[in-house]
Write a protein that binds this ligand. Structure first.
Ligand code: SF4
Length: 543
């Protein structure tokens, strides 16, 4: 099936998530743009949200839900054809693990994680400038444009950007540091660049023009200044899903996969003809495409696993009201505490435990702490819940690594043949795919064959077809967090079904269900694609 979305498909072959600091530098970027930008449907939703959020914060809205929903959908965003992310990818899946499992702060991969990856990239670039240049530096500034400026406050774009500029790596930045930035907005933080130490505050992250002739709706510039003179400047784009590009960006060269595939049926043929295990095939492809060694790949997956488990463990101990107008109280710690005296029996306790893990990481995402896209920030609670529950079963780390590879294969197939974006395909594309990945991961990690792995993935995805994206007040909290809990439980259910049934008797194969998701995404009413113009987003009235 043709890809629904060139944008989504293209990112599979262009490394927007690259942290490289060795790429070509670019000319100075304009600090202001002139012509009005075309607002995307999503941005349009955000504008409507910003307006309604101010009403909500001021008191209970008297507006009828139907009135908030009665907004026309805006046009598709006009993206520059020069962006790697808009260049259509044809041929075999070329996505790498590092592009797929991206680490950084929630709650939004495009508005929080992407900006932090950008400023951390800029920090690394300027750190390598000659000492005499750095000795003259007086300031680091970041300008946010377009949607980043319009909606960045609510997403915590400023604190994520400041953390990266201060040299905090997105994968390892402690939650307390991010919380501190939010709690003490006027505090100055020191950053050392060669011989120079600069003081930075949140005021160095500037909410600039929301409209203009931008390369991408999520544009930002970073500058190293000496007084009013610019020593170094680069224009960046947070192109979605945590992927980043910059002016003059060239996708890195990649090798050809050893086992090229676009669909599950081709994968299956290799597994049978070449008698190769699924995890081994994916490992071989990863090494061929990324050029990494096996050791590097295991180290990366172990880091992903560690970040996920740390996130769940933190979420299970912290109780708080989550940021934003919903005033949602966290549940994970409460569920975990109550488990100790639970009389629900073995099944009830097992379900509660898995659900609490999903809540824990979903709540961490809402707090703006470090998460891993799997496949997105909104669905980031599912795979950590699976990893944590596999740890409970004392599953060896190598089996968990194999599970990560199987889960990635499912995510790649969905990305390549449909979409991973709630803005394009509703929540089936985020939580649905995450749950499908989880089913495959459990089956792989617990030693099932490829047919059961594929059937578990299919079963979980099938259970989510048609699920809409309707986040209340535009915050990735309701229904997102609870859906992560359900997504994880459904992963286990899908594994249980697939491992107990006769695998040969499953009537629907994975490719068929992915195609059905693509078709459903295409025909889904735009109100249900992350615009917050339909569903729960307009049914729930906040006071
Ligand atoms: S409801 Fe929308 S924002 Fe929330 S997890 Fe689902 S796709 Fe993501």
């Amino acid at each position: 099936m043709d890809k629904l979305l060139n944008v989504i498909g293209a990112s599979g072959s262009s490394c927007g998530g690259c942290h490289s600091t060795g790429c070509g530098t670019c000319g100075p970027a304009p600090s202001k743009s002139k012509a009005p930008a075309v607002l995307s449907r999503r941005d349009f939703g955000y504008s409507a949200l910003a307006a309604s959020a101010s009403v909500l914060l001021a008191g209970c809205s008297q507006q009828k839900p139907a009135e908030t929903a009665a907004q026309p959908a805006a046009a598709t965003p006009a993206l520059s054809p020069e962006l790697g992310v808009v260049q259509t990818s044809k041929g075999p899946i070329m996505t790498t693990l590092e592009e797929f499992y991206k680490m950084g702060p929630g709650p939004s991969s495009s508005h929080t994680m992407g900006p932090m990856r950008i400023t951390y990239d800029f920090f690394q670039r300027v750190s390598k400038l000659p000492e005499d240049q750095l000795a003259r530096a007086t300031a680091l500034k970041v300008h946010l444009f377009g949607s980043l400026s319009a909606t960045g406050k609510g997403h915590g774009t400023d604190r994520a950007s400041l953390a990266g500029l201060l040299g905090k790596a997105p994968a390892t930045c402690p939650p307390e540091f991010l919380d501190g930035l939010a709690a003490h907005p006027d505090q100055a933080y020191k950053v050392t660049l060669g011989p120079k130490t600069l003081d930075l505050t949140l005021k160095d992250i500037i909410f600039d023009a929301t409209k203009g002739d931008f390369h991408h709706p999520n544009t930002m510039t970073a500058q190293l200044l000496a007084g009013d003179q610019t020593l170094y400047e680069l224009e960046y784009y947070s192109v979605g899903g945590g992927f980043i590009e910059w002016k003059g960006y060239k996708p890195p060269d990649k090798g050809q996969p050893k086992y090229p595939f676009e669909h599950a049926r081709e994968l299956k043929k290799y597994l049978i003809d070449d008698k190769i295990p699924l995890s081994k095939l994916l490992l071989e492809n990863e090494m061929a495409i990324s050029g990494k060694s096996e050791k590097d790949i295991w180290e990366f997956l172990d880091q992903v696993s560690e970040v996920m488990v740390r996130g769940v463990d933190t979420g299970l101990t912290v109780e708080s009201v989550l940021p934003g107008p919903i005033k949602l109280h966290s549940k994970a710690a409460q569920m975990q505490r109550n488990l100790k005296s639970s009389s629900k029996g073995e099944a009830g306790r097992a379900l509660t435990r898995v659900a609490s893990y999903g809540f824990a990481m979903g709540e961490e995402n809402a707090r703006g702490h470090i998460i891993v896209t799997a496949p997105t920030a909104g669905s980031a609670g599912i795979i950590p819940a699976i990893v944590k529950s596999l740890h409970d079963l004392k599953t060896p780390q190598q089996k968990i690594r194999d599970g990560f590879l199987a889960a990635a294969a499912i995510g790649y197939l969905c990305k390549h043949n449909a979409t991973l974006s709630g803005a394009e395909g509703g929540c089936q594309a985020e939580v649905g795919v995450g749950s499908s990945m989880g089913g495959a991961m459990i089956a792989q990690a617990l030693g099932e064959g490829p047919k059961v792995v594929s059937n578990a993935a299919e079963s979980a995805l099938e259970a989510h077809l048609g699920m809409t994206c309707d986040p209340v007040a535009g915050y990735v909290q309701v229904p997102c967090i609870e859906r992560c809990a359900y997504g994880a439980v459904k992963s286990w259910t899908a594994y249980c079904i697939a491992s107990e049934e006769n695998p040969a008797e499953r009537r629907v194969d994975l490719d068929t269900t992915v195609a059905a998701m693509a078709l459903t995404a295409k025909e889904m009413n735009s109100k249900y694609k992350e615009t917050s113009e339909g569903g729960l987003a307009v049914s729930v009235v906040l006071c």
